[in-house]
Ligand binder design. Structure first.
Ligand code: G3P
Ligand code: CA
Length: 244
């Protein structure tokens, strides 16, 4: 058994084995023993927070259209499972609140803001997190770093995850942490170096690289000393961690 606890973070749920960002994918991630669930959010036409990766539902459902132009009633009519496999027929696009109901409070949720619709999403998100008692074990991440700064203004206790896809990692981190305290750095693993991880950990931050599905690359990241790994195959990572 490994000594340091490295979080297994199920990317869009167990997206390698179930339709991404559905309750089925989150359930499977939980069954595979994940420590955290990563998911993506958008705002619907009627102002609800909806879980989906793309800004349209074209790729991951049998319907089409931009999420910001569809109401929850319309979104709920879409089949978000059949495109992946017929056994998931009828799976719906979930609301974030439904995920809060499904996921036990001791399992961390990493909410990635994909499009804040001109800063309309953040107040709705904070209100929803508070109402569901989900400030504590949730990290909100985004490539839109100004969105993270706004979240911190709205709620001081919210944990922020800086998503980052460029080099050098440390420069971005310095710029972001100068504005607001960051809880974790979420770099593209392809751009991650051993020294970067050491620097970030020394600053007291968590490091959660995305998206690592290959066992050898998982092992590399573990050797670098990351705090967790975002993967489409949480079961695979759990088995690897158990062998170490
Ligand atoms: O949160 C990490 C990762 O999910 C970012 O990329 O495109 O899979 O949302 P993407
Ligand atoms: Ca994501």
């Amino acid at each position: 058994m490994y000594n340091k606890r490295i979080l297994t973070i199920a990317h869009r749920g167990a997206a390698g084995d179930a339709p991404e960002n559905t309750l089925a994918a989150f359930r499977l991630g939980l069954e595979q023993g994940c420590d955290a669930i990563e998911l993506d959010v958008h705002l619907s036409k009627d102002g609800e927070i909806v879980v989906c990766h793309d800004h349209t539902i074209n790729r991951t459902s049998d319907r089409s259209g931009a999420i910001c132009e569809l109401t929850v009633d319309e979104l709920k009519q879409a089949d978000a499972g059949s495109w992946f496999h017929e056994r998931y027929e009828g799976e719906q696009i979930p609301l974030l609140e439904e995920v809060f109901e499904l996921v036990p409070p001791d399992v961390m949720i990493n909410i990635e803001i994909k499009d804040s619709r001109g800063r309309k999403l953040e107040p709705v998100l904070i209100e929803l997190m508070k109402r569901n008692n989900r400030i504590e074990n949730v990290v909100v991440s985004s490539f839109d770093h100004k969105s993270l700064v706004f979240l911190k203004l709205l709620e001081e206790e919210v944990k922020l995850g800086l998503l980052y896809d460029c080099n050098p990692v440390r420069h971005s981190l310095m710029a972001a942490t100068a504005e607001v305290p960051i809880y974790s750095l979420h770099p593209n693993f392809k751009r991650l170096g051993n020294e970067d991880v050491r620097d970030v950990i020394e600053q007291g931050l968590q490091v959660y690289p995305y998206t690592i599905n290959d066992e050898d690359l998982m092992a590399n990241a573990i050797n670098y000393g990351v705090s967790g790994i975002i993967t489409d195959y949480p079961g695979r990572l759990k088995r690897l961690l158990d062998q170490i």
